[in-house]
Ligand binder design. Structure first.
Ligand SMILES: [Ca+2]
Ligand SMILES: [Ca+2]
Ligand SMILES: [Ca+2]
Length: 662
């Protein structure tokens, strides 16, 4: 297992190289230059430039790509380590022409196709172009590199708290704001087909920008977009029911440093962040450090032999035996399969225990934040990466951006499992992941079951008691649905009033709520990809526009107004955002809790039965005195007087009511 005391870790070739390098006074000390000076016999690593390969190298070097292409002076990561992709790089030396940059620790792979180099940036260096020179015996070329001015910390990198409500957008399915990007030159016509739920539909960043006022008016405060990394533009064909398909969802990156060309470009993304911030909306990037797409150039030509766990031809596939990640009694083979197995045959698993991979991915996370000004990260499939890496990534984010926030997807319905991954406490393995938040899959599951009538309402309270496992339950991300789960309205037992209670619960219980696009108009959709339907009115030629009241059906409008009302209530009452949660009443049909913060108390009541219910709730336990009035904030109920420390609430069937002490 990946513990800090694992002897195998220290026997890894790269670690040996770094240890050895640290003992060698000659390495990394030259101010302007540091090539590979070691004879092959000295190099314990398989990654070093190999002299025998140089003999067969007859052509001049060339550079095709530099990751990252830019960095900042005064950054907490200094030196930054560049990964340069090219040809004929064996034996390369790298030179800096400027005193602002110093290069060291060059490493080239066997094939001469990748070069790593450290670049130390003088803290007083000014923004601008700082090309590096790459020289081999066969010739020389340039490594383009720039220093950027830092974005303002007062308006960017704000992090996410319980004062926020997140709205998840699948960019391809929300709104098409730029039809000119729908047919890239290298894409077959079948890749863009609104009749195929697995093809691109044309949605993009411009579409999100165009609808920022709609989102502001709805009342959410942060947008999480599914990945905007560049994905392959082609179409997969096969004889299976899921073909033809595309990577419209964005989870198969072919370039960790590029924006999907169908969604826009880096300047469109920056425009989105700036315009969102101007409206008080934050932006959350979906990052996927666990794996890349099988069309990534690394897959046929990896930068290092251990860059991935296995190869396209030979790898294990994750059996998703997630409990082996939690259990101290898991056997090594099962544990390693869950960490190292490919998420699917076309999602090569990154090896974060290779220090070069970890460093690459941490820099990549920070590059996106610094370049775009985003406020948070949603980290995909986070549990399938070593807990030491989650910690190192979290620490690196907070070191540079103190408010930065990352939520991890730990898709599991057991709170013992999800709580193991949130930061703020050490697991049995000695690790504190420092992870800011995890999605509350256990509570999502309980809410779906309760509000579709499959379990009694007290099941909500029975789930919430396991908040005892979390260092701070207010940091959980409570969600109603996401792009991987069937929409509420398409579940067995779903009704509009059930969906309304499900949303009201997420917006009033402890934690940071997250809604899924279209939920505010009660969109339907079974499992993936049916749960990713186009937002009505977001696309050219749509028969109606549900972004406007006039384009909504009656039930859509009812859901919209309800959702907006609860969002406003949450914004107006600190108790609903930051308050402690106190159970007041729970049985098969009813759940009533109070949220208390400083002098404010809000009481929220859910009646899951068809009948009106009259219940007596002990409100003296939350400090309400006789003669006080509980005033209705939302819901069709009447104000109530507190008598003898109790309040008798009359709750209409199948709805939620919120009260406030007056
Ligand atoms: Ca488009
Ligand atoms: Ca693309
Ligand atoms: Ca993994």
């Amino acid at each position: 297992m990946a513990t800090p005391f694992d002897v195998r870790w220290w026997l890894r070739p790269t670690v040996l190289l770094l240890l050895w390098a640290g003992l060698c006074p000659d390495l990394g000390r030259s101010p302007d230059e540091n090539g590979n000076r070691f004879s092959e016999g000295q190099r314990p690593s398989a990654h070093q430039t190999a002299e025998p390969f140089q003999a067969s190298q007859t052509k001049a070097p060339s550079v095709a790509k530099v990751d990252p292409p830019s960095w900042w002076a005064g950054h907490t990561i200094n030196p930054v380590r560049l990964l340069v992709r090219g040809q004929n790089l064996n034996g390369a030396r790298v030179l800096s022409n400027s005193r602002a940059l110093q290069v060291s620790e060059v490493l080239v792979n066997h094939a001469g196709t990748y070069l790593f180099v450290n670049v130390s940036i003088n803290s007083k260096a000014r923004p601008g172009s700082y090309p590096l020179k790459l020289i081999t015996r066969q010739g020389s070329t340039t490594i383009p590199f720039t220093l950027k001015a830092s974005l303002a910390t007062s308006t960017n990198f704000q992090g996410i708290t319980a004062d926020d409500v997140i709205y998840l957008i699948m960019p391809d399915r929300f709104a098409d704001g730029d039809q000119s990007n729908n047919t890239p030159a290298d894409a077959p016509a079948a890749a863009n087909d609104r009749k195929n739920p697995r093809a691109y539909h044309g949605g993009d960043l411009r579409g999100v920008i165009n609808h920022l006022p709609y989102l502001k008016e709805l009342g959410v405060t942060a947008l999480w977009l599914n990945p905007w990394y560049d994905n392959w533009n082609g179409v997969n064909n096969c004889e299976k029911p899921w073909c033809p398909n595309t990577y419209y969802h964005g989870y198969h990156a072919i370039d960790y440093y590029a924006v999907e060309d169908r969604f826009g470009d880096l300047s469109t993304l920056r425009e989105l962040v700036e315009k969102a911030h101007a409206l008080g909306l934050k932006i959350i990037q979906d990052q996927v450090a666990n794996h890349v797409g099988s069309r990534h150039p690394w897959v046929t030509d990896p930068p290092l032999d251990d860059w991935f766990h296995g190869t396209l031809a030979q790898h294990t596939v994750n059996r998703f035996n997630n409990s082996t990640l939690l259990s101290p009694h898991a056997n090594r083979d099962e544990f390693r399969n869950t960490l190292d197995g490919w998420f699917s045959d076309d999602l090569p698993d990154m090896n974060q225990e290779e220090p070069e991979v970890a460093r690459y991915e941490i820099q990549n996370a920070l590059w996106w934040i610094g370049t775009t000004g985003i406020d948070g990260i949603r980290q995909d499939t986070i549990q399938y990466m070593p807990r030491s890496f989650i910690r190192d990534l979290s620490n690196a984010l907070h070191r540079q951006y103190p408010k930065m926030w990352m939520v991890g997807e730990v898709f599991d319905r057991d709170a013992a499992h999800t709580s193991f991954f949130i930061g703020g406490h050490r697991g049995w393995d000695g690790f504190d992941t420092k992870l800011d938040s995890v999605f509350d899959f256990p509570l999502w599951n309980a809410s779906l079951l309760a509000f579709t009538g499959k379990v009694p309402l007290k099941a909500l309270r029975e789930q919430l008691k396991y908040d005892a496992l979390y260092p701070d339950p207010l940091r959980l991300t409570v969600f109603t649905n996401n792009h991987d789960t069937a929409r509420f309205m398409s579940l067995d037992g779903a009704t509009l009033d059930g969906a309304m209670m499900h949303v009201a619960f997420a917006l009033s219980v402890r934690g940071i709520p997250q809604l899924y696009y279209g939920e505010e108009i009660a969109m339907e959709g079974k499992d993936d990809p049916d749960n990713r339907r186009d937002f009505p009115g977001g696309f050219p030629g749509d028969p109606r526009n549900a972004f406007e009241a006039s384009g909504r059906k009656q039930r859509e409008q009812k859901m919209y107004e309800w959702t907006r009302a609860w969002l406003r209530l949450r914004a107006e009452h600190p108790a609903l955002r930051s308050g402690s949660l106190i159970d007041l009443f729970y049985d098969d049909d009813i759940y009533v809790f109070a949220r208390r913060y400083q002098n404010e108390t809000v009481i929220v009541a859910f009646n899951g039965s068809q009948q009106e219910k009259k219940i007596t709730v002990p409100v003296s336990v939350v400090g309400l005195k006789d003669g006080a009035t509980l005033a209705v904030l939302i819901g069709t109920a009447t104000n109530v007087q507190v008598v003898k420390g109790q309040a008798t609430l009359t709750l209409p069937g199948r709805t939620a009511v919120a009260y406030k002490l007056r």
